[in-house]
Ligand binder design. Structure first.
Ligand code: GLN
Length: 315
């Protein structure tokens, strides 16, 4: 069953909202068909309990238009989608944080230990786990509660129904040798302000945030607004976050996504992907089955189709 709700107005690319609603439904059909090929993440046992056939798509435009298809209002586990909002919260409090987290692309998976080793324990960017752990650590330093700061930012920007799922956080903590290894390499190189256990506990809490595709699409408008007026970051910082999202937000698949979709985008192993068209709006799709790079097959296919139909591209 699909539902949609549309506010009045035209998008900034001049297309009437009802045409975008058609595109959203067509994109969702395309995404649902592509989702058949993926697998739900087994990395966090609690996440594998999700219904793999869930599918939600939400579009939010700067002019106030909102489009919802399917499970767009149903909360899902954001996982690495939170890394985007954690970075925004940190840059609000520490505009020079880039020097600690890096801004280069990464050819490796999000959980690579060897890449961190190769670069003297310096993360490549804030979206691989090494960089995200540094973001969480520094945000903890500035706020006293990194997971709380990310939750609050998402609530402020995205609206209601932003929660944390304790079972998912505990499940990840009980099974995560890899992030522990990364945190120890960071600590060995003097890149963490807090102890490994403290940083990991905050990071797992942050990753366990749940929100709907609609809330995430709304929240991502802070990156769509070129003036920086929607969130805590000024226009120059917003441009940089979008640049690094384009080159690193989808991990090893970032180049593929830039080629196929042409939008800055961030994924999570809960099956969510959010993409931004600066000056226009954002789209978030949730579909739990993932490809080998840990990106949702259905969400990527739906966003690719929506971008093609609507002419959304930064190029
Ligand atoms: N919590 C997961 C991890 O740190 C998130 C990974 C992801 O969503 N890509 O490994």
């Amino acid at each position: 069953m699909s539902t949609c709700g549309v506010a009045e107005g035209r998008s900034a690319v001049g297309r009437p909202a009802d045409v975008l609603v058609e595109y959203a439904h067509a994109a969702a059909e395309h995404g649902r068909a592509a989702a058949a090929t993926g697998e739900v993440s087994a990395q966090i046992p609690e996440l594998s309990r999700v219904d793999p056939d869930r599918f939600g798509l939400a579009v939010a435009l700067l002019d106030g238009t909102e489009i919802q298809v399917g499970d767009a209002a149903r909360p899902f586990s954001l996982q690495s989608v939170t890394k985007l909002f954690a970075l925004c919260a940190l840059l609000r409090d520490e505009p020079t944080a880039w020097e600690h987290v890096g801004w280069d692309s990464s050819g490796a998976g999000y959980g690579s230990v060897s890449e961190l080793e190769t670069h003297a324990g310096r993360p490549r960017n804030p979206f691989v786990n090494a960089g995200a752990l540094v973001v969480t650590d520094r945000l903890l330093h500035h706020t006293g509660d990194a997971a709380g700061a990310v939750t609050d930012l998402l609530r402020d920007l995205g609206g209601e129904h932003v929660q944390r799922d304790r079972q998912v956080a505990l499940s990840e903590a009980a099974h995560d040798h890899r992030n522990r290894a990364i945190a120890h390499v960071l600590a060995e190189h003097g890149r963490l302000l807090h102890g490994v256990d403290t940083v990991l506990a905050q990071y797992f809490e942050q990753c366990s945030i749940t929100a709907s595709a609609l809330a995430v699409a709304r929240a991502a408008l802070l990156l769509a607004d070129r003036t920086g007026a929607r969130g805590p970051l000024d226009a120059g910082v917003v441009r940089r976050v979008n640049a690094v999202l384009l080159t690193a937000g989808m991990y090893g698949a970032a180049g593929d996504i830039a080629y196929r979709v042409g939008l800055p985008a961030k994924s999570g192993i809960g099956g969510g992907v959010v993409a931004v068209l600066p000056g226009v709006g954002s789209i978030c799709v949730w579909s739990p089955r993932l490809d080998r790079t840990g990106n949702s097959t259905g969400a990527v296919a739906a966003i690719e189709e929506f971008a093609r139909l609507a002419g959304w591209s930064v190029f």
